[in-house]
Design a protein around this ligand. Structure first.
Ligand code: PEP
Ligand code: MN
Length: 270
């Protein structure tokens, strides 16, 4: 990939490790988990307790939701961010949340430990420049219609503003297949590792859209060399305002992390 400068493997020695408190993404395998959306103070706290107990290292939760329909639940905004922060503090987990508007970046960064750029905003260049300037760790999702080269160039936009803390996230791409919500491009993991020093995590929840496929695809991501996972979890998935069909419950995330840990240990021993 000729036009990559800072994101290219040749740009630095070794891998990038993004430090968030005492979590080291790129160095240890990290599971990020939590609800698709923050719905209420109690809902996000229940999820936070479940994911912490299961062994997740970062709490996720959307306060600004980029929804396909303008009439769907759009998130609680600042109120949601405050509930997420409070839940994170209560259980002792750093938080990640999506930012969708360049004008919100600076104040969202006052709450978030990692800011997420969603698939629909991957090529929102002014948003990328803002999060680059803000300096907070950024999780950059792959756009659903984007090539690996386009995605890495978006990481380059953030790095070029002087922010080295970029985590890539493969979340599935659109293909002709309709059985799954998207098609998880597992080959993106070793491909990215061939050309870049940046850590890459996988989102099997949005990639598949199906609860039954989240665990197998998580294990496949481990086998393909991912640095971590981001998983949607809800204490009562049937009642979720967004993405309940792909959300694990408390016992589900606990079982998933147990299996992921066993597989990681087996791989290290190979
Ligand atoms: C999300 O993680 O909440 C989300 C909206 O995901 P994506 O941008 O991958 O669709
Ligand atoms: Mn979601």
């Amino acid at each position: 990939m000729k036009n990559l400068k800072l994101a290219a493997k040749s740009a630095k020695e070794g891998k990038t490790v993004v430090e968030v408190g005492d979590v080291r993404i790129g160095d240890e395998f990290v599971v990020i988990a939590g609800p698709c959306s923050v719905e209420s103070e109690q809902q996000v706290l229940e999820s936070a307790i479940a994911v912490k107990e299961a062994g997740a290292k970062v709490l996720r939760g959307g306060a600004f939701k980029p929804r396909t329909s303008p009439y769907a639940f759009q998130g609680l905004g600042l109120k949601g961010l405050k509930f997420l922060k409070k839940a994170g503090n209560e259980v002792g987990l750093p938080i990640i949340t999506e930012v969708i508007d360049p004008r919100d970046v600076s104040w969202v960064c006052e709450y978030a430990d990692i800011v997420q750029i969603g698939a629909r905003n991957m090529q929102n260049f002014s948003l990328l420049q803002e999060v680059g300037k803000a300096g907070k760790p950024v999780l950059l999702k792959r756009g659903m219609y984007s090539t690996i080269a386009e995605w890495l160039n978006c990481a380059e936009y953030i790095l070029a503003e002087g922010n080295p803390n970029v985590i890539l996230c493969e979340r599935g791409i659109r293909t002709f297949e309709t059985y799954t919500r998207n098609t998880l491009d597992l080959s993106a993991i070793p491909s990215v590792k061939e050309v870049s020093h940046l850590p890459i995590v996988v989102d099997p929840s949005h990639a598949t859209g199906k609860l039954s496929l989240v665990e197998p695809m998580s294990l496949a991501a481990v086998a393909a060399g991912a640095d971590g996972l981001i998983i949607e979890v809800h204490a009562n998935p049937c009642e979720a305002l967004c993405d309940g069909a792909q959300s694990l419950d408390g016992p589900g995330i606990k079982q998933l992390i147990e299996k992921v840990n066993k597989l990681n240990a087996a791989y290290k021993a190979l």
